[in-house]
Design a protein around this ligand. Structure first.
Ligand SMILES: NC(=O)c1ccc[n+]([C@@H]2O[C@H](COP(=O)([O-])OP(=O)(O)OC[C@H]3O[C@@H](n4cnc5c(N)ncnc54)[C@H](O)[C@@H]3O)[C@@H](O)[C@H]2O)c1
Length: 336
């Protein structure tokens, strides 16, 4: 049996549901500082051990692997404690609140020699897995341009709480939603190295809305960035929690020399005998959240490198940091 512990039982409940689908996994422990939420979740998933201090949980030698599902600022301390105790780790997105914390996590994983997977759940969906295979077999040719975004009309999470407090989150919709679509886009493009970034951020609604409720809001509510990659390709990204648009949109468009692709829903655009053709490809409708946990368990069982590594998380974090830096200084940022 592979024994796991989960720290943070918000999205951590989805990790628990994924582990429950694995016959060779036991959820040995849960940890959360919210005792009521902790107790209810332990009862629901039949988990024997509960902790309010993650450092104590790491001392259980029977725990092989840990899901890090805490607010962003705790990803680094929790993951590093897990690596120091010799555990495998799957960490929720974003990797951390900044690249310095992220580098320390990647280093700790290397030292431990254990598996470090990022919970980039969108990579594990049926449509994105299918598109990745199409790209790998050359269907789109060279992808030289991409646009991606996740914009909400009204959808600031946990107004005034940790999501909108920079010290706990590292940023607003860019680090919360933009991280998902940026990761997905770069992964589909083969993870070329980012070299130059220009970005802007705005906070036109959040601070007033939070003030009315007596909470903190010191992050952006809209961010946009342009990323140049070392292979010459360009990616545009945009993310918002609150903006005057018709409705929430989540999209990715890839433009290649032999074809283009976009989703949601997945479409591939090509020329067939010189005529423009729109392809709708059937794909399994699977939950990325569940599949990522099955993949993490498979990597532990078979000692495989995960599809989404800590290094990939760091790669994305460097871009997020650079967009924030460019927005702050009004200048472009080179990534070494
Ligand atoms: N992959 C996704 O689709 C997805 C969706 C939502 C959230 N997330 C990520 O998951 C993480 C958690 O987000 P959430 O929505 O579950 O937030 P949440 O606030 O609902 O849950 C976080 C939990 O962590 C607990 N916690 C706080 N400090 C702790 C500590 N020191 N020790 C143990 N537990 C502690 C809180 O009490 C809370 O129950 C974030 O990094 C977020 O970005 C990912």
């Amino acid at each position: 049996m592979i024994k796991v512990g989960i720290v943070g039982v918000g999205i951590g409940r989805l990790h628990a549901a994924g582990y429950k689908k694995c016959p060779d996994v036991e959820i040995k422990a849960l940890c959360d500082i919210n005792e009521e939420r902790l107790r209810k979740t332990a009862e629901e998933f039949g988990v024997p051990d509960v902790y309010t201090d993650y450092r104590e949980m790491m001392q259980d030698p029977e725990i092989d692997a840990v899901s890090v599902c805490t607010p962003n600022a705790l990803h680094a301390p929790v993951a590093i404690a897990a690596f120091e105790a010799g555990k495998h780790v799957i960490c929720e997105k974003p990797l951390a609140t900044n690249a310095d914390e992220g580098r320390a996590m990647v280093e700790a994983a290397k030292k431990a020699g254990t598996i470090f997977m990022m919970a980039f759940n969108n990579r594990f969906r049926g449509d994105t897995q299918l598109l990745k295979k199409c790209i790998e077999t050359g269907e789109l040719g060279e992808i030289y341009y991409a646009k991606t975004g996740w914009l909400r009309r009204k959808g600031i999470p946990g107004m005034g709480g940790w999501f909108t407090t920079k010290a706990m989150s590292g940023g607003g919709p860019l680090i919360d939603l933009g991280v998902h679509v940026l990761d997905l886009t770069l992964w589909l493009m083969g993870n070329p190295k980012p070299v130059y970034v220009v970005g802007s951020t705005y906070a036109k609604f959040g601070p007033d809305l939070a003030r009315q409720r007596g909470g903190t809001y010191d992050v952006e509510d809209l961010a946009t960035g342009m990323v140049k990659l070392e292979n010459g390709a360009t990616v545009f990204v945009e993310a918002s929690w609150h903006s005057h648009i018709q409705r929430e949109v989540i999209y990715t468009q890839l433009v290649g020399t032999k074809g283009g692709a976009e989703f949601d829903p997945l479409r591939i655009y090509k020329d067939v005998n010189g005529n423009s053709a729109d392809l709708i490809i059937q794909h399994p409708n699977v939950s990325g959240h569940e599949m990522e946990i099955l993949h993490f368990v498979e990597c532990i069982r078979e000692k495989k490198t995960p599809i989404a590594t800590g290094e990939h998380g760091l790669h994305i974090q460097l871009i997020l940091d650079a967009i924030y830096e460019s927005a702050r200084t009004g200048k472009g940022v080179e990534i070494a």
